[in-house]
Design a protein around this ligand. Structure first.
Ligand SMILES: [Zn+2]
Length: 314
């Protein structure tokens, strides 16, 4: 009895440590970890304090440790409804996106897509100054969902074609391994870059991305983080960028059965790095705007109701 109690505690500790060590994260989590790590480095003091207050204690104050939480729970029965919140299906080969046309799940529930989720969870956090939820929202979940979905919407194939489920049904070879195109963009490009250029060290890759894109904050970053009309979030802009990039880079030369090797890898890697940087910078700007003390955040306008009604009638 005593022995099994000790070993259960030991296992729990090992699991927590595995979860918190970036190098030990299972494949598939690196992108989200990198995005949240980049965002954490750009948070204001006020936003940092609010984020820490909302995180569960086992996260050790690190938002990046829980950035894949939304993926971990999505197949659990209680959370199955969140599945469609990770992506947007757009019409095949249209290469464009419209909220009213595309932001729904497969049973036509409106607003159930990654852009709708970003509007929703940022509005929940903004509506709760002082982090006291007056509306029954779970603000910890809102923070974790917002942080994850800001990452998803920047992955070009999370705003892909409905007919191939964002590349999920396009079977390709990544060098010698059989996989699908969506997985290549979620995981394999990052995995190969880690091995080839960073000695499998994720923190080295994150630092390289920071140096390349974020060292001079006056440069690219300011054009990335400003939404039109001074809004707190602009997921429709990010989604339109993503589907454009999916057409120009992800789908191009990646037909079913294709073998994707060095040429595809090396020409797409800079784009993957840039999307990780943009997602991190935009997540930080959003959290800074929501949590900066003494300044009411700009309104979160979503096109949801009036605009979509007009669209349906027109
Ligand atoms: Zn996701």
């Amino acid at each position: 009895m005593a022995r099994s109690a000790v070993s259960a505690r030991t296992w729990a500790l090992i699991l927590v440590l595995l979860f918190l060590l970036p190098g030990a994260l299972p494949w598939g989590k690196e992108g989200h970890y990198a995005i949240c790590k980049i965002a954490e480095g750009l948070l204001s003091e006020g936003a940092q304090a609010s984020v820490k207050k909302l995180l569960p204690s086992y996260a050790g104050g690190n938002l990046s440790a829980l950035c894949s939480w939304a993926d971990q729970i999505r197949h659990n029965f209680r959370w199955r409804w969140t599945g469609p919140l990770h992506y947007i299906d757009t019409p095949d080969f249209a290469c464009n996106y419209g909220y009213c046309r595309d932001c729904h799940d497969t049973t036509a529930h409106k607003d159930r897509c990654v852009a709708g989720a970003i509007y929703n969870y940022s509005a929940q956090l903004s509506a709760s100054p002082g982090l006291n939820s007056q509306h029954g929202y779970n603000l910890t979940e809102a923070l974790l969902f917002l942080s994850h979905f800001m990452g998803d919407i920047h992955q070009p194939l999370h705003v892909g074609f409905a007919g191939d489920e964002g590349g999920n049904t396009i079977i390709v070879r990544w060098f010698r391994r059989k996989t699908n195109l969506h997985h290549v963009w979620d995981t394999m490009i990052i995995e190969s870059a880690l091995k080839k250029f960073h000695g499998s060290d994720l923190s080295s890759m994150i630092q390289a991305i920071r140096t390349k894109y974020l060292v001079d904050p006056a440069a690219a970053i300011s054009s990335w983080v400003n939404c039109a009309s001074n809004e707190t979030v602009c997921p429709d802009t990010h989604a339109s960028e993503s589907v454009g990039l999916a057409c120009r880079y992800a789908y191009r030369n990646a037909t079913p059965g294709a073998t994707l090797g060095d040429e595809y890898f090396l020409s797409r890697l800079p784009l993957v790095e840039k999307r990780l940087a943009q997602a991190g910078a935009r997540l930080a700007a959003t959290l800074n705007s929501i949590f900066t003390a003494g300044r009411p955040p700009p309104p979160i306008s979503s096109p949801i109701e009036p605009l979509c009604r007009e669209w349906e009638q027109g």
